[in-house]
Design a protein around this ligand. Structure first.
Ligand code: NAP
Length: 255
């Protein structure tokens, strides 16, 4: 953004989890374009994260952490505070999504799926929020933006653990909104439908026509469709939105 607007994030420090590709990557790039210093979290894809940092240039930096591990979440938040002295916006974007059908026959696998999904999608987000909020309180406020999913409201027939984790994330958003506004910490949530990323690729490959036909806009979403909403929620334009859930799904689901 070349001139100052109410989307201006100059001076803000933003941490985006899972920013080495997909929605997180595009959010990191657009948040930086709006003026923010962006911490690009990744887990396995260091080269991809460094490419994002290189593309952004300036003050962006990469932070390795498996967000499913509470100790690594602590190091990630500490690293951002040590380097920047503050954290204004946390975007809880990192998540996992894997087939775990009700009619599978392996009880161990079923449990592992639920544990892995919840460890990252909800416990990781809650832990990052808890730790980021300690810095936000000291500095006079901040924002938590959670990336949930349409699955939170629709349920999932083949990945119930994923849908349940996203429903929990929506609920976490509302809890933060109610509990933390007194510290000028506000929270919001985006709930994407199908977005063209690596995460959605196998479903899109298997059911593309069916998926598009369920979307009144007749197209799958882009990472830009979601990232733009994240920039808006991070910006001063959204300062009175607290506990708000923004559906980014082309009208494919209402709740
Ligand atoms: P994606 O393409 O699979 O990217 C996932 C990102 O999360 C990667 O950068 C990955 O980094 C990171 N990640 C995975 N496990 C991690 C861990 N344990 N710790 C830290 N980072 C980790 O996913 P996406 O489609 O962009 O999804 C982003 C968000 O949107 C997720 O919350 C997802 O649930 C939500 N969403 C997506 C869709 C969709 O259709 N795509 C729909 C609704 C909601 P590494 O490779 O470095 O591990």
């Amino acid at each position: 953004m070349s001139s100052k607007t109410n989307l201006d994030l100059t001076g803000k420090v933003v941490l985006v989890t899972g920013a080495s590709r997909g929605i997180g990557r595009e959010a990191a790039i657009q948040l930086a374009r709006a003026g923010a210093t962006v911490a690009v979290n990744y887990w396995r894809s260091e080269a991809a994260a460094q490419e994002v940092v290189g593309q952004i240039g300036g003050t962006a930096f990469a932070v390795a952490a498996d967000v499913a591990q509470p100790g690594e979440v602590r190091s990630m938040i500490d690293r951002v505070i040590d380097r920047c002295g503050r954290i204004d916006v946390l975007v809880n974007n990192a998540a996992t999504f894997a087939m775990n059908p009700f009619d599978g026959d392996d009880y161990e696998l079923w449990q592992q799926g639920w544990q892995r999904t919840f460890a990252l999608n909800i416990f990781g987000a809650a832990n990052a929020a808890f730790l980021a909020m300690r810095a936000m309180r000291k500095q006079g406020g901040g924002k938590i933006i959670n990336v949930a999913s349409r699955a939170a409201f629709r349920g999932e027939t083949e990945f119930a653990d994923y849908g349940a984790s996203k429903a929990a994330l929506v609920n976490l958003t509302i809890s933060i909104a109610r509990a933390c506004a007194r510290d000028n910490i506000i929270s919001s949530c985006v709930a994407p439908g199908f977005i063209a990323t690596e995460m959605a690729q196998s479903e899109l490959d298997a059911h593309y026509e069916e998926i598009v036909n369920q979307i009144p806009l007749k197209r799958v979403g882009t990472v830009g469709d979601v990232a733009g909403v994240i920039v808006f929620l991070a910006s001063p334009l959204a300062d009175y939105l607290n506990g708000t859930i923004v559906d980014v799904n082309g009208g494919s689901w209402f709740h």
